[in-house]
Design a binder for this molecule. Sequence first.
Ligand SMILES: NC(=O)c1ccc[n+]([C@@H]2O[C@H](COP(=O)([O-])OP(=O)(O)OC[C@H]3O[C@@H](n4cnc5c(N)ncnc54)[C@H](OP(=O)(O)O)[C@@H]3O)[C@@H](O)[C@H]2O)c1
Length: 365
Amino acid sequence: MLALPSRPNEGEDLTMAVLGCGNMGIAILSGILSSISALSGPKPLQTDPSQPAEEIPSRLPTKFIACVRRPESAKKVKKALWQHTSFVKVVQNENVAAVSRSDVVLLSCKPSHIQSILAQPGMAEAMEGKLLISIAAGVTVEHIRATLHEAAVAAAKGDVNGAGGDCDCRIVRALPNTASLIREGMTVIADSEPALPPQTNALVTWIFRRIGDVVVSLALGSLLIAAWKSYRTPLAYRMTQYLPTHQMDASTALIGSGPAFFSLVLEAAIDGAVAMGLPRAHATRMAAQSMHGTASLVLDGEHPALLRDKVSTPGGCTIGGLLVLEEGGVRGTVSRAVREAACVAAELGRGKGAGVNGTRFVGRP
Ligand SMILES: NC(=O)c1ccc[n+]([C@@H]2O[C@H](COP(=O)([O-])OP(=O)(O)OC[C@H]3O[C@@H](n4cnc5c(N)ncnc54)[C@H](OP(=O)(O)O)[C@@H]3O)[C@@H](O)[C@H]2O)c1
């Protein structure tokens, strides 16, 4: 089992390569860099005692290599991270060299580019002993491992000494969502067997907490170990919630597709208000802030059903509107949309490509 790699002649800090530094890569780098700047700055005189202190991993990435293909993309990264240029090196078409010089690799290219990037000559060898974190939606750890394995076998065939043939790196799959771009994201991290060493686990969780909240999905064995550890470790560690790995597809549907589902409901509410005479800009602001406020109340511990009940005055407008939503089957439709998206995510994860949506209901009543 690989722990965080320690390289001879290197300090305690880690170097992180971002393979495919586009929108998400920039968002994650920007979150990490801002936190690192804050850590080295003056500490607040007072902290909120109700908020448990966050666990800071013993080794953090402090040097970054952002990898892209085109000059326009390199320019975009430099522009977005101009405040941190001394910590970030932007390179074009130097993926293998960047991975060789790194301890942690964030794979944040489009899923369709994974094959060409990981099969590059020398990549499997460069990945050896590294921590590889993939955020590519729908791409399983098994698929990444198989791609690296094939590349390593192909490289071994051409190796006159017969060396190589496998790639021993630790692969972690994480699924952030679109709100990560404004650090309001929700990320699910799936555990692979065997469980990550605690320091690696702490680092991965810390990285994704820079762009929002994190739920860690663990296999049952790891769940028991984590429960035992959380009993013996500070509150901050216990804040991490653990879900069984088989819930990854449902999580993908809820947090990956969820923003699209909520946007549809939001848009419908805006349209209703516009139909009743509100200017669209005002209606959009009012609806979005109402949705934001409702979500904040729920995150604060309010149960959605109680919240709904509290604003439903007998004989009032809210209960009237709610019953129209129930007559329209909104509850069943929205929950079915989540179930449908989870099924499609599972099919895609099994390698079924285009047409998964188009054929699911053919022949059904
Ligand atoms: N955006 C979201 O809301 C979201 C949410 C969850 C997960 N994800 C996942 O995050 C990943 C990235 O999404 P994104 O929206 O950030 O995509 P993006 O903005 O298109 O970024 C992809 C980056 O990969 C680079 N790239 C492509 N081929 C490369 C190569 N051979 N070598 C080095 N760099 C290369 C591209 O650079 P060039 O333009 O120069 O080719 C681009 O900078 C995807 O796998 C997606 O599934 C995204």
